[in-house]
Design a binder for this molecule. Structure first.
Ligand code: KIV
Length: 259
């Protein structure tokens, strides 16, 4: 086993609420998943953000079920002992029956649980009834939102997010991602729900936090305001590539094996 942990099941994540905060990162590839598992992170999300941060699409709506299956396979091989959530891409959850077929594909590809965006209560209930562990996602839901602005700033919008959160829990989700909402709303939802909330731009009172790993590593050139860069990988890649080019053109690399 790599890292320091055994795979954590959904009930154990629920039991962590109020006792231990949950760190979650996204991953899309084998080596990154392996490093995240080695760091002891208990839960990885193979999110449809892959379309924007790895594939160069301008929205997550271009991501297909085949893309997520492919990345799930790589991440599972890299992190065999970590709980992995597979994200249902845009429209693959458009009815309970279609969502179930696609959720089973993601489980088959390596996911332990399935995340879907929005208050699709009948879909969540149908998956849970079939024995699938579900993670909800409310607040900013990029598959259907018109922009990336904070959601829930007016009293009315805040009430909508709160009632969606309640309904998602009632439908049987074991965890809820809260994206880009006011800190106070993140706190209210966290206090009210029994299941753990995982925030991304939802304040420090959530039960856990998720970051898109590419943002955390400083890969790319623009990052959301609520993210944090723990290193600047794109700069490091450019510097390494420049060094390599210099060494090739000047004949420093490779050294002759005959020397
Ligand atoms: O797809 C994803 O990576 C996500 C996170 C931003 C929570 O949904």
């Amino acid at each position: 086993m790599r890292g320091n942990h055994v795979k954590i099941n959904p009930q154990a994540f629920v039991d962590m609420k109020g006792n231990q905060r949950i760190p979650m990162l996204t991953a899309y590839t084998f080596p990154v998943a392996a490093s995240i598992e080695s760091a002891g992170i208990p839960i990885i999300l193979v999110g449809d953000t892959v379309g924007m941060v790895e594939m160069g699409f301008s929205t997550t709506r271009d991501v297909t079920i085949e893309h997520i299956e492919y990345h799930l396979g790589a991440v599972r091989r890299g992190a065999p002992n970590t709980h992995i959530i597979g994200d249902l891409p845009y429209l693959t959850d458009r009815s309970p029956e279609i969502a179930l077929i696609n959720a089973k594909r993601l489980i088959q590809a390596g996911a332990d649980s399935i995340k879907l965006e929005g208050a699709k209560i009948d879909v969540i209930a149908h998956l849970v009834q079939d024995g699938i562990d579900v993670v909800g996602h409310t607040g900013l839901t990029p598959q259907t939102s018109k922009n990336f602005k904070k959601v829930g700033q007016s009293e009315q919008e805040a009430q909508t997010v709160l009632s969606e959160a309640r309904a998602i829990e009632k439908a049987g989700a074991f965890m809820l991602v809260l994206e880009h909402i006011p800190d106070s709303l993140g706190q209210s939802i966290t206090n009210e729900l029994i299941i753990p909330t995982i925030g991304i731009g939802a304040g420090s009172d959530c039960d856990g936090q998720v970051l898109v790993t590419n943002d955390a590593l400083g890969l790319g050139s623009r990052w959301p305001p609520f993210s944090k860069q723990y290193m600047h990988a794109s700069q490091a890649i450019t510097t390494s590539a420049q060094k390599f080019a210099c060494e090739v053109t000047s004949g420093i690399f490779p050294k002759s094996a005959d020397d």
